[in-house]
Design a protein around this ligand. Structure first.
Ligand SMILES: [Zn+2]
Length: 848
């Protein structure tokens, strides 16, 4: 029988323990490795098949239970990234020790075992080496069974220069100088039984904070020299969240120490390697005194997300990549839970509504996919790291938690983790545990959300003393073939009748249901509390009743949903544009930051769609809403106001000075920025990004030069990122030309360049030029940038909202399909289609 899935490994041989010794040469960008793998051979074999990529095998041998040793030869299968080890004798069942010596390269693609460079405080160029193995790149560092279900114990030894720090997953138990070589061998303890994608090695000149103990585990933050002082905030949320999860899960932290390490070049946000979590610098290092609330929140989010993975992902792991959501949705859910308890004043679950909205935007497309999606080949796993896995996954878990009750939900999670620790699990195992511990039908409810794509639009109508609720799949494109797909929808209802307020929770399973109320309904909120992953469309009278009491009848999160749902149905052509714009006028008195975010995001979207005349009309209306709101807040911080209000001030001023093109605001912002330059304490930190964005938006060559220098000399990762992305917000084409050049000339790290490119594509004044630049430099970008960033960069095409550009975009990607991101590319193109269709539908509306 030929192997049906040649990219999957046979299960005739199972690894149990790896002893890996690596000697990296940072200057030559190579490494030498030796490994011993203790195996269980389950049936007689002449071949051992395992994964390897970009490795050169030197010697292979296998030692059997009786001490006999056989040499092996190697056949490489580069297409499937496998090595076949052939032996002249049969290896009989039992315990074997495989020995392999190999050579590898420290690559520049930010995956596998790779090089990262930085300048030290003296301005000298330095090199370090780090790893990024998820999903399938451990095979670039050592030959291994690189599938999540082949869990094993790892014992690592790193041979490094005497002056360097070496970090791996477990504690260092010995450091031995190797005489005459200028090197030392750092020997690490055995790890727990875990998957290959969680193994990590980090080597370089690192400086660590003093440890903080969480139980028996010392927790430290590491950074390249000169940046250690930026690790304090991360260490605080790190130790808080680790202790929080320990209590929540009821299981001790599975590692023996925890290092949080900032890597100057990093392809994603962070990576949950057990005991040695790696981060990009902006997600870990931050100056608490200078950073904005949003920048601090990002660090808190990412650190607690990764810590949550130590249990969800590391201790219990999905069997195969189709179950990735089990890792990522849970870590995202747990991240919110911990940060919300740590800083309740940030109201983290309310701002999560913005992330939920981002997932609903993609999930309203025909080209969406279910949360759990068949993944055959390992490279398809890369396409799973998206808003559907993370944000939709976390949203439906939150919906389930609210429906079952927080304590019952937690008990089910504890049972699941206990039952599968040190092993692998599938979605069905989670429902088993939840049903067993809660006695509720979690499986039927959740299967409709995990295995079906999309989400429903719930229509609500009044009928005497009842409400009629009906569900139908929501789609942005109304082209006739909307499938009849039903969900088990937890309905959270709050209604006011003549007799008073009534609240109830029910499950809508059919296409329609009638909810009887004690008396005639004055108004009703469906999706009360905002936890449901669905949209609501109220009949005319119910909508008017809500509009009549936006600030009194609705919670902020419910106002967010109202605005966001009406905006979605407007974009979908189900609600007239003028109705939406009228709704915005009612938000003049709004004080909640998330509601404003919904409003401002939709106006950015409109700006990209509108022609000039429409844009001017939009600007005028926006000024009418924003000016009174800013007058209420004032330009300077007030005694006793919250951090969220300070952030809101910044966001409103940024919108007034850019989107709404308010000249007075622009002048004032430029003056304030000049003051800030003289004295950085003159401006409240949450206002600074607004000033920077307005200066860039209205900026000339001198401003550009200044921002460019600030990007190059920034003292914190946040400041560096702020000025870098400001370079994409200038409008003069000769300046944008310089920014575009930066994306490929090596001045901007490849971890950021693709996202800078995306931001220029979304800059309406520069988009055409940006698109033609991207086409011209396409092959260069593919060669330079991390693979996972290519489909993300291409998201920028959603800003190319003209019929001609859309046609050109489709043509281009037909000729240049994006590997590892076919689904995401389809979604970007459909989002562009939605915008162009709206442009054509609206072109005669709202002219100034
Ligand atoms: Zn994660």
């Amino acid at each position: 029988m030929p192997n049906q899935k040649p990219y999957r490994l046979p299960t005739t041989v199972i690894p149990e323990r790896y002893a890996i010794r690596l000697t990296p040469d940072l200057a030559a960008a190579t490494f030498a490795g030796e490994e011993r793998v203790f195996l269980q051979v389950r049936e007689p074999v002449r071949q051992i098949v395992l994964n390897a990529a970009e490795l050169e095998f030197q010697t292979v041998s296998a030692k059997g239970p009786d001490g006999a040793s056989f040499l092996g030869t190697v056949t490489l299968d580069s297409e499937n990234e496998q090595a076949v080890l052939n032996f002249s004798e049969t290896l009989n069942p039992g315990t074997w020790e495989l020995q392999i010596a190999f050579l590898g390269i420290l690559n520049d693609k930010l995956h596998g075992f790779y090089r990262s460079t930085y300048k030290d405080p003296k301005g000298q160029e330095k090199v370090l080496a780090s790893t990024q193995f998820e999903s399938t790149d451990a095979r670039r560092a050592f030959p291994c069974w690189d599938e999540p279900a082949f869990k094993a114990v790892f014992q690592v030894t790193l041979v490094v220069d005497l002056g360097l720090t070496a970090i791996s997953n477990a504690r260092a138990i010995r450091e031995m100088p190797l005489s005459g070589t200028g090197k030392k061998a750092v020997v690490f303890a055995d790890t727990i039984k875990m998957s290959t994608y969680l193994v990590a090695f980090i080597v370089g000149e690192f400086e660590g904070t003093d440890p903080v103990m969480v139980g028996n585990a010392p927790l430290r933050v590491w950074a390249v020299p000169g940046k250690r002082h930026l690790g304090k905030f991360a260490q605080e949320i790190g130790s808080f969240s680790l202790a929080f999860f320990w209590r929540y899960y009821g299981i001790p932290y599975p590692g023996d120490k925890l290092d949080l390490i900032a890597i100057p070049d990093f392809a994603s946000g962070a990576m949950e390697n057990l005991g040695a979590i790696t981060f990009r610098e902006t997600a870990l290092l931050v100056d608490e005194k200078k950073a904005t609330r949003a920048e601090l929140e990002r660090v808190a989010d990412v650190v607690s997300h990764e810590n949550a993975h130590m249990w969800f992902g590391d201790l219990v792991t999905m069997k195969w990549w189709n179950g990735l959501w089990l890792n990522e949705a849970f870590a995202t859910f747990m991240e919110m839970l911990a940060v919300d308890v740590w800083k309740p004043e940030w109201r983290r679950w309310e701002s999560f509504t913005v992330s939920r909205a981002a997932a609903m935007q993609v999930d309203g497309l025909k080209s969406t996919r279910p949360i759990e999606f068949p993944v055959e080949k390992p490279e398809e796993a890369a396409g799973m790291f998206d808003v559907l896995t993370y944000e939709k996954g976390a949203s439906v878990l939150r919906m389930l938690e609210q429906y079952l009750g927080a304590d019952k939900f937690r008990d089910g999670i504890r049972l699941y983790l206990c039952r599968h620790e040190y092993a692998n699990a599938e979605t069905t195992d989670l429902w088993d545990a939840l049903e067993e511990s809660t006695h509720e039908p979690a499986r039927a409810l959740m299967d409709s959300w995990i295995f079906q794509a999309g989400y429903p639009l719930i229509s609500v109508e009044k009928s005497g003393r009842s409400l009629i609720l009906s569900q139908r799949l929501f789609r942005y494109l109304q082209d006739g073939d909307i499938p009849n797909r039903q969900f088990h929808v937890p309905i959270f209802l709050r209604a006011e009748t003549k007799g008073g307020l009534s609240q109830q929770t029910l499950l809508l399973k059919d296409a329609q249901t009638r909810v009887d109320l004690p008396d005639d309904v004055n108004w009703a909120v469906v999706n009360a509390g905002g936890h449901g992953f669905y949209r609501v469309r109220y009949s005319g009278d119910l909508m008017e009743a809500l509009k009549g009491g936006l600030q009194t009848r609705l919670l902020p999160v419910e106002r967010f949903n109202l605005v966001n749902d009406v905006w979605a149905t407007t974009l979908a052509g189900l609600t007239p544009l003028t109705d939406y714009v009228d709704l915005l006028e009612l938000l003049r008195d709004e004080t909640d930051i998330n509601v404003w975010t919904a409003l401002i995001m939709s106006c950015h979207h409109l700006h990209r769609i509108f022609h000039d005349q429409q844009d001017r009309a939009l600007q005028e209306r926006l000024r009418g809403i924003l000016l009174p709101a800013i007058d209420r807040l004032g330009w300077s911080p007030k005694e006793g106001e919250s951090e969220l209000q300070r952030q809101l001030r910044g966001e409103l001023i940024a919108a007034l000075g850019t989107l709404a093109e308010d000249k007075a605001c622009q002048t004032r912002a430029r003056e304030l920025y000049a003051e800030y330059e003289k004295d950085p304490t003159a401006v409240e930190r949450n206002l600074v990004p607004a000033l920077v964005s307005i200066v860039a938006h209205t900026g000339n060559g001198a401003d550009y030069e200044k921002f460019y220098t600030k990007f190059k000399t920034a003292k914190t990762p946040q400041e560096e990122t702020r000025y870098l992305f400001a370079l994409g917000a200038f409008r003069r084409l000769e300046l944008i030309e310089r920014t575009l050049t930066l994306t490929v000339n090596g001045e901007v790290r490849t971890q950021n360049a693709p996202y800078l490119m995306r931001s220029v594509l979304l800059n309406k004044d520069a988009r055409e030029r940006a698109w033609s630049f991207m086409k011209d430099h396409w092959s260069e970008m593919l060669r330079l940038y991390p693979d996972n960033s290519i489909p993300r960069m291409c998201e920028g095409v959603v800003g190319l909202v003209t019929r001609e550009l859309e046609a050109d975009v489709r043509e281009f990607f037909k000729k240049h399909p994006v590997k590892q991101g076919a689904k995401q590319m389809e979604q970007h193109l459909e989002r562009l289609r939605v915008a162009v269709a709206a442009k054509e539908r609206w072109q005669d509306l709202l002219r100034g």
